[in-house]
Design a protein around this ligand. Structure first.
Ligand SMILES: [Zn+2]
Length: 648
């Protein structure tokens, strides 16, 4: 769903089965801002165009479109004439906009934007006075819309149903003057028809995909019956003999392939396949936020789950016990992707979550991870020592694994032995020796480290320190000359010290082994295609900034950026995430306080005095740099607490 175009006209919201077209960009002319299309306004739109050069009732011609492009100063007259001449005898079915987009022209006048298909579609929609719709397949209930007309009908008139309510059907077209079907269809479907303009390439693509997919779901539903045997009461009956679903059914295979393809295209990090009472639902997590994308009949959902479990070599029959597994697959572009699966029995059946690991994403450059020069220097201070403990803290999903993998990768030279004990192994990296925790055979983190110690390691990564036993093993390894990297679930860096003391690690051992602690969070980054620079000088801006950095004082930036939303970022205004960091070095001053049983506030205070920037300040710097927003930072970073005298 990549497109070069940046200006959204409409987003579609789904409220139950109601579909609402809402304007997104408030700078649009009144005509485009109108929500919804009545037949009256359609008529006006057509009448208005009647004053323009007359257009025959029928498909758009290339000549006409080129004339308009020249009129609107998008294309030079000479180039248009040249193309007209070349295509004089062309009798194919290519839409004129596709032909123009194929020229890869740039706007004749500044700002010389590329005339891509999405840009041209938006332009033409405005030109003919229609609402423009970017078709987002994740937001369309294809089972419902494909009921509006047959596939053959849609193909014949080059139209695509994209929304349907009890009163109205929304139909996308790229042929504003080819409308003979409208009169015919409205009485049959007993609904008003609301016409929107969409990219002709999308219409063609989704005509095939929506109908195929709807057919698959219907086919699968018919085959597997609608017995509704998916809720809790039935769970106990499902035994080894139960062969209710054919997971290799071609329909199910197609639906699963389609699901993955879309998840990859949308940069989803997790796919949730969830049985519910009436409908199964599929949700994608994109940049940390869940989006519901499909509703699927429960029995079809169960068959999908079975298919995926078979591919992951999980026990298909066992539905009462949580299981995990993994699948390696490739995207359409041949990129390798690993999926980690876990199932959970819920009241309505088996819930499946697939976490998507893109190896490219797991190991990243420190700049990409969001390390400032100062962060990087402090991090190197901790990790480039031959021995000692380095901890990364933060909640699940704060990017700790990516940081550790990326660091280990830089440390793993042929001269050193890097070993890991993980739960589970998130990414297989050839330069590490990785071992997975296996509770059923009593191989926990502590046992793992013990075993690794006999393997002549130099650097050890322990997935997580959860108990005293693991903490003691980490300390032992560090004392015997190894570098140990691990994670801990605490809110900020200084809390990790008190957590370890609480677990029972003696302060003198902590002081003897700890190199440093880093707390981290991920904030969503503003989409670089649509973010908007805004002045930052109103009183409320000042208050927001001061609240963010309180109780510290920090110079306010003159400008910040706000989220807008475009096709590149699925209208969210954000694309990707970046880390914010708080790095606590174990200085001699800090050690003396640890030995003296100093409280958390005092440790924090010392950290600040010695240059540790709290997470919110680290986030504020990203806001000032135009990478994210104050709200994003506030969402993930805890307040700066318990400081006695904040440093400057
Ligand atoms: Zn954007």
């Amino acid at each position: 769903m990549k497109s070069s175009s940046g200006v959204p006209f409409l987003i579609r919201e789904v409220h139950g089965d109601e579909i609402v077209l809402t304007p997104r960009n408030h700078k649009l002319p009144a005509r485009a801002r109108r929500t919804g299309y009545s037949l009256d306004s359609m008529q006006q739109a057509v009448n208005k165009d009647a004053q323009k050069p007359p257009v025959s009732d029928g498909r758009l011609t290339l000549n006409k479109v080129l004339d308009w492009l020249v009129e609107d100063k998008l294309v030079e007259a000479a180039a248009a004439e040249q193309l007209k001449k070349e295509r004089r005898y062309y009798r194919g079915a290519l839409h004129p906009l596709v032909t123009v987009a194929d020229q890869k022209w740039k706007q004749a006048a500044p700002p010389h934007r590329a005339l891509g298909i999405e840009f041209l579609s938006e332009w033409l929609a405005k030109r003919v006075g229609m609402d423009y719709l970017h078709i987002d397949p994740l937001k369309i209930d294809f089972s419902a819309v494909t009921e509006v007309m047959s596939s053959a009908y849609a193909t014949r008139f080059r139209i695509l149903p994209v929304g349907v309510t009890s009163k109205e059907a929304t139909i996308a077209t790229a042929e504003p003057y080819s409308r003979e079907w409208e009169k015919e269809l409205a009485p049959i479907i007993k609904r008003e028809i609301r016409l929107v303009f969409a990219n002709p390439q999308d219409i063609e693509r989704y005509q095939v995909e929506f109908y195929n997919l709807a057919k698959s779901i219907k086919g699968a539903a018919k085959k597997h019956g609608t017995s509704g045997l998916s809720n809790f009461e039935q769970l106990v009956e499902l035994g080894a003999e139960n062969k209710q679903f054919d997971a290799n059914d071609a329909h199910i295979v197609r639906i699963v392939d389609w699901l993955w393809q879309y998840a990859f295209e949308q940069r989803a990090s997790d796919i949730h396949v969830e049985p519910r009472r009436e409908q199964g639902i599929v949700r994608f997590r994109i940049d940390g936020v869940l989006h519901q994308v499909y509703q699927i009949p429960p029995h079809v959902l169960t068959a999908m789950t079975s298919r995926i479990k078979i591919l992951a070599r999980m026990d298909v029959v066992e539905k009462r016990r949580p299981q995990d597994g993994r699948i390696k697959t490739r995207t359409a572009d041949g990129e390798e992707i690993e999926l980690r699966l876990s199932t959970l029995p819920t009241a309505f059946g088996e819930k499946l979550v697939m976490r998507i690991f893109d190896p490219e994403v797991l190991v990243r450059d420190f700049k990409e991870l969001g390390f400032s020069d100062d962060d990087k220097k402090r991090w190197d201070d901790m990790t480039q020592k031959p021995n000692g403990i380095v901890l990364v803290t933060g909640p699940t999903g704060s990017g700790k694994t990516t940081t550790l993998y990326s660091t280990l990768k830089t440390l793993a030279t042929p001269e050193v032995n890097v070993c890991t004990i993980e739960d589970p192994i998130e990414m297989v990296e050839v330069s590490f020796n990785q071992m997975q925790v296996q509770h059923q055979i009593d191989l926990g983190f502590a046992e793992g480290v013990r075993a690794l110690m006999r393997q002549d390691p130099d650097i050890i990564m322990v997935g997580e320190i959860r108990d005293l036993e693991t903490a003691e093993m980490a300390v032992q390894s560090a004392l015997t000359g190894h570098l140990v990297l691990s994670t801990l679930h605490t809110n900020d860096a200084p809390s990790a010290v008190t957590r370890l003391l609480e677990l029972g690690v003696p302060s003198y051992l902590l002081n003897a082994t700890m190199n440093g602690i880093m707390a981290q969070r991920l904030v969503r980054t503003l989409c670089k295609h649509c973010k908007q620079k805004i002045d930052f000088n109103r009183q409320e801006d000042h208050d927001a900034w001061d609240a963010l950095v309180a109780p510290w004082k920090s110079n306010r930036p003159a400008h910040v950026y706000k989220a807008v939303g475009c096709l590149e970022c699925r209208m969210t205004g954000f694309q990707g995430r970046v880390g914010i960091y708080e790095l606590l070095l174990f200085s001699s001053e800090l050690k003396s306080q640890v030995a003296g049983n100093a409280d958390l506030a005092k440790l924090r205070d010392t950290g600040f005095k010695e240059g540790m920037k709290p997470l919110r300040i680290s986030g504020a710097m990203k806001v000032a740099a135009g990478l994210t927003t104050i709200e994003e930072v506030l969402k993930v970073a805890p307040p700066i607490r318990d400081t006695h005298t904040p440093a400057k």
